[in-house]
Design a binder for this molecule. Structure first.
Ligand code: PLP
Length: 404
C-alpha cells in the first residue's frame, strides 16, 4: 500500500483565504441583498496597462507565424527580460546583479514555496510573526518544522520573530541561530518596512552566522519613502547571503498573467557549492518556463511607456491606502502601514480577537478584511485591509466602518 507524505497531514486547518472565502460565501448566500466589499485578499483590480496589452498582442501575433513562433522558453528565462530586470531593478540602483543571476518564473508564490527544496530538512527556519503563510506551510510540507502546538499556534522547530508595534513591525535578531531567514519588506501583512541600516544588520548577521536570507520584495514598487531599500542587494555583502524573490503581480497587475523572478548571486555558496547551480538544476528539471507572451509583457513593464503607466497604477492604489489610513485614524482606530505598501494593519477594538472583528465587519459593514491571527500569533488582535479595491469601493467601505 502506498504511503502519503504525512507532513501534509500536520498542516492545521485550511488555507487562510479559503476559510475567509467560505465564510463570505455563506454570508452572501444568506444575505443576497447586501453589497459586500472585499478588501481581504491581496488581489489587484485595475486592468493591465496599455503598454502591457500592446506587448501581449504583439507576442500573440508572433506566435501565429512560423518565422516568429516560439516553443519552449529557455530554462532560466528569455535574455531580453533578464537583461531588462538586471538593468532596471539592479544596475540602476548600483547593485551588481547580472542577468545570469536572475531566474524567471511564473510568480513569487511558487518560488517562495519551492526555494526551500535546495536546503537540507535539518535547517532551522526563522520567520516574522505575523507572516505570509506560504513560507511556513511549505516548510511544514517538507518536514522541517517539528510539532504543531494548536493552543499557541506555533511549530516546535520554527524560530518566530515577533513584529509588533514596539519594534515598528520589523524583527529583532533572534536569540537562537537560524539557518534560513525569511524576510519580506515592504511587508505583507503589516505594510511595514525596514530601513537600510536595519536591513544591513540582518545581512551582517547572516554572513556572520552562515545563514541564508530569503528576501521577498514582492511589494517593492510601493516604496515611497527615502532610506527604504528597494532590494536587499543595496546592502553590502548581501550577495554572499541573500536570495531575493520578486513578482510582477503587484507592480503591474500580473496576478492572473503570472510572472516573477528569483535572484541567486553566484557568490552565494555552501562550502564550494553555489546555490545558483542547484536552483538552475531544479529549474531545468522541474520547470518549463513562463510563457513567451508573458515574458514579452514583462519586458514592457520596463519600457518608458510602461513605467509611466504603472507608476500611475501604483499611485491609484496608494491613494486608496491613504484614504483608508486617514479615515480609520479619524474614526479612532490604531493603524499602521499604508505608506510604503498597499496594506493597512489595524488594531481590533478593545477585547476583540481578529476573527471576532472579521465577523463584526462582515455582518455590520459588509466589508471583508483579513484577520491578523491568520498570519501568526502576534497578529491575534490585528486586522489587514488592502488598498487593491476600486477607489469607489474603498471610500464606501471606509465610510461604512466609520459609521459603525
Ligand atoms: N510574496 C508575498 C509577500 C505576497 O504577499 C504574495 C501575494 O500576495 C506573493 C509573494 C505572491 O506573488 P505572486 O503572485 O507573484 O505569486
Amino acid at each position: 500500500m502506498f504511503k502519503l507524505n504525512d507532513n501534509y497531514l500536520k498542516l492545521p486547518g485550511s488555507y487562510l483565504f479559503s476559510t475567509i472565502g467560505k465564510k463570505v460565501n455563506a454570508f452572501a448566500a444568506q444575505n443576497p441583498d447586501k453589497k459586500i466589499i472585499r478588501l481581504g485578499i491581496g488581489d489587484v483590480t485595475q486592468p493591465l496597462a496599455p503598454a502591457i496589452i500592446k506587448a501581449l498582442h504583439g507576442a500573440v501575433d508572433e506566435m501565429a507565424q512560423a518565422e516568429t513562433f516560439k516553443g519552449y522558453a529557455p530554462d532560466l528565462g528569455y535574455e531580453f527580460l533578464r537583461q531588462a530586470i538586471a538593468d532596471n531593478d539592479y544596475k540602476a540602483r548600483g547593485c551588481g546583479i547580472s542577468a545570469d543571476e536572475i531566474f524567471i518564473s511564473d510568480g513569487a508564490k511558487c518560488d517562495a514555496g519551492n526555494i526551500q527544496e535546495i536546503f537540507s530538512v535539518d535547517n532551522k527556519i526563522a520567520v516574522c510573526d505575523p507572516v505570509y503563510p506560504v513560507y511556513v506551510d511549505t516548510n511544514v510540507m517538507a518536514g522541517r518544522t517539528g510539532v504543531y502546538d494548536s493552543v499557541k499556534e506555533v511549530w516546535s522547530d520554527v524560530i518566530y520573530m515577533p513584529c509588533v508595534a514596539e519594534n515598528h513591525f520589523a524583527p529583532e535578531l533572534p536569540k537562537e541561530t537560524p539557518d534560513l531567514i525569511y524576510l519580506c519588506f515592504p511587508n505583507n501583512p503589516t505594510g511595514a518596512t525596514i530601513t537600510k541600516s536595519r536591513l544591513q544588520e540582518w545581512v551582517d548577521y547572516a554572513n556572520k552566522v552562515g545563514a541564508v536570507i530569503i528576501y521577498d520584495a514582492a511589494y517593492e514598487a510601493y516604496i515611497s519613502e527615502e532610506d527604504v531599500p528597494h532590494t536587499i542587494y543595496e546592502c553590502k555583502g548581501a550577495e554572499s547571503c541573500a536570495i531575493e524573490l520578486r513578482s510582477f503581480s503587484k507592480n503591474a497587475g500580473f496576478t492572473g498573467v503570472r510572472l516573477g523572478f528569483t535572484v541567486i548571486p553566484k557568490e552565494l555558496k555552501c562550502g564550494e557549492v553555489a546555490l545558483h547551480s542547484l536552483w538552475a538544476r531544479r529549474h531545468g528539471t522541474k520547470y518549463n518556463g513562463a510563457p513567451y507572451i508573458v515574458q514579452r509583457a514583462g519586458e514592457a513593464v520596463y519600457s518608458q511607456e510602461g513605467k509611466v503607466q504603472l507608476k500611475e497604477q501604483v499611485a491609484y492604489y496608494m491613494n486608496n491606502a491613504k484614504y483608508i489610513l486617514e479615515g480609520l485614524k479619524s474614526a479612532g482606530y490604531t493603524v499602521s502601514g499604508g505608506v510604503n505598501a498597499p496594506y493597512i494593519w489595524l488594531k481590533a477594538p478593545d477585547g476583540m480577537t481578529s476573527w471576532e472583528f472579521f465577523d463584526y465587519l462582515l455582518e455590520k459593514a459588509n466589508v471583508v478584511g483579513t484577520p491578523g491571527s491568520g498570519f501568526g500569533p502576534s497578529g491575534e488582535t490585528y486586522f489587514r485591509l488592502t488598498a487593491f479595491g476600486s477607489y469607489e469601493n474603498t471610500v464606501e467601505a471606509v465610510n461604512r466602518i466609520k459609521a459603525l
